[in-house]
Design a protein around this ligand. Structure first.
Ligand code: C5P
Length: 329
């Protein structure tokens, strides 16, 4: 059936991601860094709907977030990238009319969860569907990468190994059996991804403890998730994975409070705590969603009682969710 965006909006669920590993190679001549990162979508998601617009331009209405959309909003950039790629693919005569997007925001913004990038990927795919345009795989990836390094990952719709600047995405089978639980804690601290990468290049205090070992851990996890790993076995690897993010020290030089929050969390939870991307989101892994929910409730009490430090603009957001059951249905 061909979607008719006049009758039914095209609806996309745009999940957050977590980096289970993030090994970073040297800075390239174009200013970006070579990555080797295992990324997984999690159950926490925004919801995007796209229908035919009635004005002269694309429009965006956002709920669940206390700021008006900015003109450079990633949803609008995703639609614009889709239009430019569609125009190149189908020629200048194509009907690629204005679209009206509505975004229900649940993923904390600027958190290391790539919520904006996921929204952009969802917008790109929804726009192509609304116009009835199919792009070749490499054109879709190039369009996604033109919006941001994290965007191509979301076209894979599942766990993946991400390399290059972010545009080389190899789907992995992921978890076998029941989903794993994950506790996601986002302190209200601001971290600029560009600043974290710049620190990594410039500040000896920001150097990773052991780059070679992050890379080995990342390759090893990618191999295991390629074959399929059970949730329990992923949890057993949490200690190693929590040390396999090369941006942790760089982020800590920018926001030293985050290191204290991380140590406090590890003490309270009694398990390893990792950082997603450039932070400030921290994660802990559990064998099931129920275990993660129990930990979230206990942590919310600890935070209310002042046993978890809450630097920045208020209490940390604490969310229990899942890492999906993988590609074997
Ligand atoms: O591509 P995007 O604009 O999302 O990246 C944000 C910043 O993160 C870039 O300006 C760059 O400083 C850094 N980055 C990097 N290497 C990558 C991805 C991002 O240095 N592979």
């Amino acid at each position: 059936m061909i979607a008719d965006p006049d009758l039914h909006p095209i609806v996309r669920i745009a999940p957050a991601k977590v980096n289970l590993t993030l090994a970073i190679g040297p800075r390239r001549p174009d200013g970006y860094h070579e990555l080797h990162s295992v990324m997984v979508p999690i159950g926490l998601a925004d919801r995007l709907s796209v229908s035919r617009g009635h004005g002269a331009e694309d429009s965006l209405h956002v709920t669940g977030e206390d700021r008006p959309p900015r003109p450079d909003d990633l949803v609008l950039r995703g639609i614009a990238a889709a239009r430019a790629a569609a125009r190149r693919s189908v020629g200048p005569g194509a009907e690629l009319g204005p679209l009206a997007a509505r975004l229900e925001k649940r993923i904390p913004i600027a958190a290391g969860l790539a919520g904006g990038s996921s929204d952009a990927a969802a917008a790109l795919e929804a726009a192509l569907e609304a116009w009835g345009v199919t792009l070749a795989g490499h054109d879709r990836i190039a369009a996604a990468a033109s919006v941001g390094s994290d965007v191509p990952f979301f076209l894979a719709h599942g766990p993946a190994l991400v390399e290059g600047r972010g545009e080389q995405v190899t789907p992995l089978r992921g978890l076998r059996g029941e989903p794993a639980g994950i506790l996601v804690v986002t302190p209200r601290l601001h971290v600029s991804t560009a600043a974290a990468f710049a620190r990594l290049d410039q500040d000896p205090d920001a150097a990773p403890a052991d780059r070679a070992s992050s890379r080995v851990s990342s390759s090893h996890l990618a191999d295991e998730l390629r074959a399929g790993l059970r949730a329990d076995d992923l949890v057993l690897r949490a200690g190693v994975l929590s040390t396999a993010n090369d941006l942790v020290n760089a982020t800590a030089t920018l926001v030293p409070e985050l290191r204290r929050v991380r140590r406090g969390l590890a003490r309270l939870l009694g398990r390893p705590v990792g950082q997603s991307g450039s932070g400030p989101t921290l994660w802990a892994l559990y064998p099931s969603a129920t275990d993660a929910e129990a930990a979230a409730s206990a942590l919310a009490v600890a935070q209310a009682e002042g046993r978890l430090e809450a630097p920045g603009d208020g209490p940390a957001q604490i969310i229990a969710t899942t890492i999906g059951g993988g590609r074997d249905g």
